[in-house]
Design a protein around this ligand. Structure first.
Ligand SMILES: [Fe+2]
Ligand SMILES: [Fe+2]
Length: 140
C-alpha cells in the first residue's frame, strides 16, 4: 500500500532535487510497508536507517546548492532540515530500542510524510524559485 504518491504539486523544477524527492517518496512507502508486514526487526531497522541516511544526504545536497548560489534564506532552510533529520534519527533510535512497528508506521504516516510534503511544496519551492532566477548579481 502507498501512503503517499508523487504529485506535480511537489515539483520544484530543479532536476536533481525532484529526483531525490521522488526517491524519498518511494522510501517512505517502502519503509511503511516493510514496518507493516515484517516482524524481522533487523529488516525494518535497516529500511529505517536507509531512509534516515538518504534524508541527510539529500539535505546536504540542497544545502550545498544553496551555498553555491548564496541563497539568502539558507539559515532558516537549514534549520528546518536539522530539526527534521534530528527527529528522524530519534525515531530510528526508538525503533531500535523498542522494536515497536506500530509506533514507527505512525511516525512515518503522521510525521514524516506531512513534514516532507509540506517542505517540498513550500520551502524547497522557494529555494527553486531563487535558483531559477539566479543570484541577484547575475540578473540581467
Ligand atoms: Fe528537499
Ligand atoms: Fe529542503
Amino acid at each position: 500500500m502507498s501512503i503517499v504518491q508523487w504529485s506535480d504539486d511537489f515539483k520544484t523544477g530543479v532536476c536533481g532535487v525532484d529526483c531525490q524527492h521522488k526517491a524519498l517518496i518511494r522510501m517512505l512507502n517502502g519503509l511503511y510497508s516493510i514496518a507493516e508486514k515484517s516482524r524481522d526487526r533487523e529488516v525494518v531497522s535497516e529500511a529505517a536507517s536507509l531512509l534516515a541516511d538518504f534524508v541527510v544526504e539529500h539535505f546536504q545536497c540542497e544545502e550545498k546548492t544553496m551555498r553555491d548560489v548564496s541563497y539568502p534564506a539558507y539559515e532558516s532552510h537549514k534549520q528546518q532540515h536539522d530539526e527534521f533529520a534530528g527527529r528522524v534519527a530519534e525515531i530510528v533510535k526508538r525503533f531500535d530500542e523498542t522494536g515497536d512497528n506500530g509506533s514507527l508506521t505512525t511516525s512515518v504516516q503522521n510525521y514524516m510524510v506531512p513534514w516532507l510534503t509540506e517542505h517540498f511544496t513550500k520551502t524547497d519551492k522557494e529555494m527553486a524559485g531563487f535558483i531559477a532566477g539566479g543570484p541577484s548579481d547575475k540578473a540581467a
